[in-house]
Ligand binder design. Structure first.
Ligand code: NAG
Ligand code: NAG
Ligand code: NAG
Ligand code: NAG
Ligand code: NAG
Ligand code: NAG
Length: 575
């Protein structure tokens, strides 16, 4: 290990000058910027929902940068949100589900995060913090005050069990009791609250962070004394008749004639016409419900503009996780490692952020807290698993060759559809993966708790229809190298990432190659490392479990001692 070197690198990133270079800020006297963060619920990239949001296009895409390779690392609401707010992967928060015992607001509190997350840190740094919308699952009309979420100057939370009840929401302001909004459209109620909070923030004349987290386009859920009924999302009445002829994009992986994927996904039957037609309806309802979000975004921009705040405010738009409808024959839902579920929207607009640009730089929700720290000029925490996302043209340009080019994906539990058909819960939906995008490769590698392996070449097979590790679709060469050599590297990287914390997560290749000579998959592919990677202990599960219990997780990198690290010794090429 070279702790001194790593510490020096981190210090440079954490220093004022480092952060200001990242943001293109010229001097320390700049007034701290404001931050507005819009976080939707279950919004996809790959079903093209952003194409139906003209006001997001006008205000954000055309005025900011779109991060095409942004990922959530755990594709379900509560774990994804906790990762976003703490800068830690789910295996370090142990918030791995939406409800107790493995997740939800009570577990968040129990794990001690109510005093160690973004709102609290921003307040400590002198920011006023405002929030309206959904915070976490299982934050409800009974437990909202035990304790109150910490870190908010003013808040108005959307509470369970009414979070997905589009026409009977329950909001809870500051320390007041919940108020029911029967018959009002939830996003319109929230928009008024968001505008009010923005006015409060302006009035207070302090730098502020405002987060608005609509429940759209999540499925509608009604909780009738404990029995949950799922239905398509509901739109505001004024948007009811839009998009009558729109259907889920018929990509190659849409309800395919042949099974795909592995485990429970491979066992799914093809959907019949009744089911597909209903799923198209579900899709249209998502787009219709997003129209009120689109309008709210425009409303926020109008107000930012009228308060003359646009020059000193960063505006983020993202979703907690992605969504699939019919891909690989799956019912509407998330919770898998498929690209539709993990690749999510991220748009940033703000001072020095390139205008009307798209970048292929890889980033994840693990990086969001660190990014906001950079903007607010707060020294980065050493226990962050993520790194600030570069926000200026030069920073993006130089990061392309230096920054981590992969994200680690992880999941524990079951998967369930959110439509009206096939409401089975699929157990054994526990897995770990690596999504990696670099010069000459674009791959996804996943290992299920059943020890089934998948590898997809996303440049040739973006729909993930050909698992290259299955006998009938196996290839010898992937990304220009023998497939087993590539898998050995990805497996070793996953072994490090699956239990990493802090700096090991930020620079996982250094744990394998402490001399710093390997920073990318391409570096690791050098043939002199073939023997080294061949002998690495492989990722393997002991059994499937619904939560993160170490007994289930097989060998861990930390357990294995120094012989599994490359200490700079070079195998001669002829070995
Ligand atoms: C709406 O929610 C309130 C509780 O917040 C409940 O008392 C009321 O019965 C609900 N109305 C309908 C129509 O479900
Ligand atoms: C549904 O409502 C019951 C009480 O009627 C509650 O115990 C349960 O937690 C609710 N479920 C969800 C998912 O909110
Ligand atoms: C179509 O599939 C759904 C879900 O499996 C099933 O409930 C329904 O009965 C089927 N309808 C027809 C007409 O086969
Ligand atoms: C944004 O860029 C695209 C091409 O990438 C161009 O067609 C479009 O006109 C640009 N829009 C604006 C508002 O600059
Ligand atoms: C779930 O995984 C276990 C291995 O942990 C296996 O024994 C069992 O058959 C699997 N069940 C299903 C329904 O796939
Ligand atoms: C995660 O939480 C669960 C539920 O409380 C617990 O059983 C498990 O041991 C925890 N895992 C770790 C690694 O602490």
């Amino acid at each position: 290990m070279r702790p001194a070197l790593i510490a020096a690198a981190c210090a440079a990133i954490g220093s004022v000058t480092g952060q200001q270079q990242l943001l293109g800020q010229e001097s320390q006297t700049t007034k701290p910027p404001n931050i507005v963060f819009i976080l939707t619920d279950d919004q996809d990239v790959h079903l093209q929902s952003l194409d139906y949001m003209p006001l997001v296009r006008k205000n954000l895409l055309e005025k900011g940068t779109y991060y095409d390779k942004h990922y959530c690392t755990t594709a379900v609401c509560c774990p994804a949100r906790v990762t976003l707010f703490t800068g830690k992967a789910a295996h370090n928060t142990n918030i791995t589900d939406v409800n107790p015992p493995y997740g939800g607001y009570p577990k968040f509190v129990k794990q001690g995060f109510n005093s160690k997350y973004l709102p609290v840190w921003l307040q400590e740094a002198g920011y006023n913090v405002y929030y309206t919308g959904k915070l976490f699952n299982a934050h409800n009309v009974d437990n909202y005050d035990s304790p109150y979420p910490a870190g908010f100057t003013s808040s108005d939370f959307l509470l369970d069990p009414f979070t997905y009840n589009y026409l009977n929401s329950s909001f809870q302001r500051n320390q007041e009791p919940p108020v029911s909004h029967e018959g009002e459209y939830v996003t319109d109620v929230m928009a008024q609250k968001a505008y009010g909070l923005l006015d409060e923030a302006v009035e207070a004349k302090k730098p502020f962070f405002l987060m608005v987290a609509p429940s759209s386009p999540h499925a509608d859920i009604q909780n009738n004394s404990g029995s949950l009924t799922f239905d398509a999302p509901v739109s505001a009445p004024r948007h009811r008749d839009l998009f009558k002829h729109v259907k889920v994009p018929r990509t190659v992986n849409f309800n395919p004639n042949v099974p795909s994927g592995a485990n429970w996904i491979r066992a799914l039957d093809q959907q019949n016409t009744t089911n597909v037609d209903w799923n198209d309806h579900f899709y249209r309802q998502r787009l219709r419900s997003l129209q009120a979000v689109d309008e709210m975004v425009d409303g926020l921009f109008e107000r930012l503009k009228s308060h003359d705040l646009l020059d000193n405010t960063y505006i983020f738009y993202s979703s907690d996780n992605g969504f699939h409808i019919g891909q690989h024959r799956m019912q509407p839902g998330k919770s898998t490692g498929c690209e539709e579920d993990i690749n999510i929207p991220l748009i940033v607009r703000g001072p020095n952020v390139p205008i009307n640009e798209t970048t292929q730089l890889v980033s994840s929700h693990t990086d969001i807290a660190a990014t906001i720290f950079s903007i607010a000029n707060i020294p980065l925490r050493d226990d962050f698993d993520g790194l600030p996302i570069p926000l200026t043209a030069p920073a993006i340009e130089s990061a392309i060759s230096k920054r981590r080019e992969h994200v680690q994906v992880e999941y524990w539990g079951f998967a369930g559809g959110e439509g009206i058909y096939d409401r089975r819960l699929h157990i054994n939906n526990t897995f770990k993966g690596i999504r990696i995008v670099g010069e000459g490769y674009n791959l996804y590698y996943q290992i299920w708790c059943t020890n089934e392996h998948e590898l997809y070449d996303m440049s040739k097979d973006p729909g993930q229809m050909k698992n290259l590790l299955l006998d009938d679709s196996r290839v010898d060469v992937v990304a220009g190298h023998p497939i087993e050599r590539v898998v050995e590297r990805l497996d070793a990287l996953l072994m490090v990432q699956k239990s990493c914390t802090g700096e090991v997560c930020r620079e996982p290749w250094r744990s394998l190659h402490p001399d710093g000579k390997v920073m990318t998959l391409e570096d690791a592919m050098a043939s002199r490392y073939d023997k080294f990677y061949e002998k690495q202990v492989k990722v393997e599960w002991d059994f499937c479990h619904n939560g993160y219990v170490p007994e289930a997780e097989g060998p861990m990198f930390e357990d294995r001692g120094v012989e599994f690290r490359d200490d700079g010794f070079m195998w001669p090429d002829w070995v």
